[in-house]
Write a protein that binds this ligand. Structure first.
Ligand code: HEC
Length: 175
């Protein structure tokens, strides 16, 4: 009996030591300035994958109860394209050019011209309207509802735009 409890105590102490030691080590590294804080390093693949999975799960939850009020007509999508070019392309890029967020932000801003998101209009709206914590994706709280839904619908339809809107999206930039 005594042997059994002794063999339990040692791993337990090691486990608790590890649980306490890990955050203490991270804290010590942080206050010593040894954790990276630049925005130019390439985020490791594992970090981006975990971050994106967590963000998408959170957007799914935040979008529950929302309902895109638009019908997704060509005119609404074209208006969404205009808002996108004026408000989002600087970071997320357009069809043929990278935006600032390609290598100047951490976490990176996904480049929607090369890799359109796999989010619904409601999930995109949640990101646009209320932003993404710990990132350069700010909340557009004062954007009119109509504009927010138009740009969210446009972005969520990037993989399946109707021909007229697709032609405007993929047209060569003017300058
Ligand atoms: C100042 C730069 C900046 C601007 C402007 C900006 N975003 Fe973002 N956005 C980001 C960054 C950075 C992320 C990545 C956040 C993360 O991964 O944690 C992001 C993430 C997103 C996401 C989540 C994408 C995904 O698949 O994970 C969506 C959707 C989005 N932005 C849409 C928009 C739209 C639409 C606009 C314009 C109304 C916009 N953003 C304007 C920087 C920006």
């Amino acid at each position: 009996m005594q042997i059994a409890s002794k063999s339990f105590v040692v791993p337990m102490i090691a486990f608790l030591g590890g649980v306490v030691l890990l955050p203490v080590c991270i804290f010590v590294l942080a206050v010593a300035g040894l954790l990276s804080s630049d925005a130019t390093s390439t985020p490791p693949k594992w970090e981006s994958a975990i971050g994106q999975a967590a963000l998408h799960a959170s957007l799914r939850r935040r979008a529950s109860g929302l309902h895109d009020p638009l019908a997704g007509s060509d005119a609404e999508l074209a208006a969404g394209l205009t808002t996108y070019m004026n408000t989002c392309a600087g970071c997320h890029g357009d069809f043929s050019r990278h935006g600032w967020g390609f290598n100047g932000l951490y976490p990176r801003a996904p480049q929607f011209g090369k890799a359109p998101p796999t989010l619904t209009a409601e999930e995109t709206y949640a990101a646009v309207k209320f932003g993404v914590r710990y990132s350069a994706m700010g909340a557009n709280q004062h954007m009119p509802e109509k504009d927010a839904w138009q740009v969210a619908t446009f972005v969520s339809r990037l993989r399946s735009l109707p021909p007229a809107v697709s032609a405007a999206w993929t047209a060569k930039p003017k300058q």
